[in-house]
Design a protein. Structure first.
Lengths: 110, 112
């Protein structure tokens, strides 16, 4: 089983819908991250969390919110999805300097 | 603002070749630089991590170098194999807290 699990793996939604992407980890790490990747661009940081009570905005947090339900769970929500949020989304955890990534969620907003 | 650039964007080589992937960054004040491999449907895997005080790191057929003063890193892959086909990303940690800034990647294809 993967150490960092993202669900769903693929999602198609319509403009204006609220959706949640979920991430769970079995690595026991305190730090968790959400990134998005667009074609031809590097990954960009959306939000990061150092523990359940510590959540911080990243480079591109507008239009997104997060919830850290437990050490092992970190969810990303799009309150009202728009087409330019179509992207590949990654969750990651870290211990020390190394980050461990999930397999990604491919999101399409029509 | 820190920016990370990778050249080339894509590379196709025959099996067995030695190759070099390049990464440049605009601000030399970094904590570390990492090279990742991205396979379709499998997320990213960390390959090598170079601390700002180090010049290079090696793992098997991979060697990464870092020149902070010039804002450059190279990933050297020796004796390439078809299994090396993937996208290679470099990322710098500039502001602490493991906040990474990524380049757009080099898509590598190694053909038999």
């Amino acid at each position: 089983d993967a150490d960092v699990t993202q669900t769903p793996r693929n999602r198609i939604t319509k403009t204006g819908k609220r959706i949640m992407l979920e991430c769970s980890q079995t690595k026991g790490h305190d730090r968790m991250y959400w990134y998005r990747q667009d074609p031809g661009l590097g990954l960009r940081l959306i939000y990061y969390s150092f523990d359940v009570k510590d959540i911080n905005k990243g480079e591109i947090s507008d239009g997104y919110s997060v919830s850290r339900q437990a050490q092992a769970k970190f969810s990303l929500s799009l309150e009202s999805a728009i087409p330019n949020q179509t992207a590949l989304y990654f969750c990651a955890t870290s211990f020390g300097d190394i980050q461990y990534f999930g397999a990604g969620t491919r999101l399409s907003v029509l | 603002k820190q920016e990370v650039t990778q050249i080339p964007a894509a590379l196709s080589v025959p099996e067995g070749e030695n190759l070099v992937l390049n990464c440049s960054f605009t601000d030399s004040a970094i904590y570390n630089l990492q090279w990742f491999r991205q396979d379709p449907g499998k997320g990213l895997t960390s390959l090598l991590l170079i601390q700002s005080s180090q010049r290079e790191q090696t793992s098997g057929r991979l060697n990464a170098s870092l020149d902070k003063s010039s804002g450059r890193s190279t990933l050297y892959i020796a004796a390439s194999q078809p299994g090396d086909s993937a996208t290679y990303l470099c990322a710098v940690e500039a502001g602490g807290y493991n906040k990474l800034i990524f380049g757009a990647g080099t898509r590598l294809a190694v053909h038999p």
